[in-house]
Design a protein around this ligand. Structure first.
Ligand code: SAM
Length: 466
């Protein structure tokens, strides 16, 4: 690992004082804790302690996150089929504090914009919080990173997310449209120094200034997209004031009279979180020598109900969707739970299901922006029968009764995930849902006589051997 950048160390010692500054620098040279967030809705047991116990007997809860836990050692997630089933998302503990910040709110039915979303750690949290009747627009400017985001969103399977690949200003053309806007800003990444050597290599004071400038622009767009009364979350994984408190100070000056306080976030002193206030913002900082997680900074405030702003939905650039016909709906309805709450649409030759409450909005977003994933991807119809898309296996809404299911043991599940041949005996003739032990869906496979067609997508298959 490269040494910490000299100017960074000098600044930390100046800002935090010699002893605390040294403690932080030492912590940045230690191994980070391993943590993850369990999926709340995918499997039979529904409370966090039971799920934790079932999945990782030695796990310990993260006190500020309802579904988060620490693991005593880092397992090989690649070789855990449940990881591929989206049973959990590997996420550092500090970032999971967003769950605590939103604990006072019932987000069900909310529209959330996650403006800097890849690879999807926070998006998957928002998707769980807004529930089946809510909507998360997860935007990522970088096309390659957006593909990873889309994969993670499909795997999470909540069916209430649209992934867009646009500049923040294009998304913000949906003015005053969101109940919550989150800016998890691209930053100089000082909080990642112990995990990510690249962050150390790229750090410079010039880069800090450039990041601050870009963050200010993104925050401006976030504000445009937020409805009066809505909640704004700003976060970075860096420690310097320029990108954190000073960023907010400027924002507060520019938006005087339009900001209001959010609900008070309850923090226990033993967590080691440094709490502060910048105007209407409550701020929270995670230093790795004080709190058990990576470096993280987060702030929350609201747009005042009195602030100016009327919802604006830009005109569609093109028309993409066709309604499914009655016969098509009959077949598609067999595959999802509560089909009466869904709207079925066709986009080119693929069918999707959207939560009815959000279907019009998903349509205008998909037609006005560049959307690469949305809702529950169902698949294609051939002679009136659905050939399920791989993503449907991960969907929380999948109706398990629609097809036979096969549970594969650890080794056999890994063979399936490598797209290798699997034993034919357990499979029924025709399409099967392939699950890992515990009933975690991984994908589909089709038995034709004595052969099983492994339908796990090439792009997701495990390539590592050990
Ligand atoms: N929210 C993500 C999560 O929890 O997994 C992490 C987001 S990461 C800190 C910041 C993201 O902002 C990166 O994916 C980066 O590609 C994106 N980004 C970079 N420049 C941007 C810009 N000008 N506007 C919006 N997003 C940008």
């Amino acid at each position: 690992m490269l040494p910490l950048p000299e100017n960074f160390v000098a600044r930390i010692l100046r800002d935090l004082g010699e002893s605390e500054g040294r403690a932080l620098c030492e912590a940045l040279d230690r191994e980070p804790p391993v943590s993850l967030r369990l999926h709340p809705d995918k499997c039979p047991t529904s409370d966090a302690p039971t799920r934790r116990q079932e999945l990782f007997a030695a796990a310990e809860p993260i006190p500020w996150s309802r579904w988060g836990c620490y693991l005593p050692v880092r397992p090989s997630f690649t070789f855990d089929p449940r990881f591929h089933a989206g049973a959990y998302y590997v996420q550092e503990a500090g970032s999971q504090f967003i769950d605590r910040m939103l604990a006072p709110y019932d987000l069900r039915g909310w529209r959330v914009l996650d403006l800097c979303a890849a690879p999807g750690g926070k998006t998957t949290l928002y998707a769980s919080l807004v529930g089946a009747e809510g909507l998360v627009v997860a935007n990522e400017i970088d096309r390659r990173r957006a593909q990873v985001l889309a994969d993670n969103v499909r795997k999470w399977g909540t069916g209430n997310v649209v992934v867009t690949v646009n500049e923040p200003r294009q998304v913000a053309a949906f003015e005053s449209s969101f109940d919550l806007v989150a800016v998890d800003a691209p930053c100089s990444g000082e909080g990642m120094f112990r995990k990510d050597e690249g962050a150390r290599a790229e750090w410079s004071e010039g880069n800090v200034r450039m990041c601050a400038q870009r963050q200010a622009e993104i925050l401006g767009e976030a504000w445009r997209a937020l409805r009066p009364g809505g909640v704004l979350i700003y976060s970075t994984c860096t420690f310097n004031r320029e990108e954190d408190e000073e960023q907010l100070e400027t924002f507060v000056r520019e938006h005087e009279g339009e900001l209001a306080g959010a609900e008070t976030v309850a923090v226990e002193p033993e967590w080691g979180v440094v709490c502060g206030v910048v105007g209407a913002f409550q701020t929270f900082r995670f230093y790795p020598h004080r709190a058990r997680g990576e470096g993280f900074f987060a702030a929350i405030a609201r747009k005042s109900e009195e602030a100016a702003g009327r919802e604006r939905i830009p005109k569609a650039r093109r028309s993409l969707f066709a309604a499914a016909t009655r016969d098509e709906v009959r077949e598609l309805s067999r595959w999802v739970q509560r089909p009466e709450k869904m709207r079925f649409v066709r986009l080119e030759d693929t069918f999707y299901a959207y939560p009815e409450e959000q279907a019009d909005r998903i349509r205008s977003i998909s037609e006005g922006l560049t959307a690469i994933a949305s809702g529950v991807e169902l698949g294609q119809l051939f002679k009136g029968r659905l050939k399920p898309a791989p993503a449907l296996a991960f969907a929380v809404a999948l109706e398990r009764g629609a097809l036979p299911a096969v549970e594969l043991s650890g080794e056999e599940a890994l063979r399936y995930l490598r797209r290798q041949e699997v034993g034919v005996e357990a499979f029924a003739e025709g399409m099967n849902l392939v699950c890992a032990v515990g009933g975690w869906p991984l994908g589909f496979a089709k038995r034709i006589g004595t052969r099983v067609n492994n339908l796990y997508p090439q792009s997701l298959r495990i390539l590592k051997n050990e």
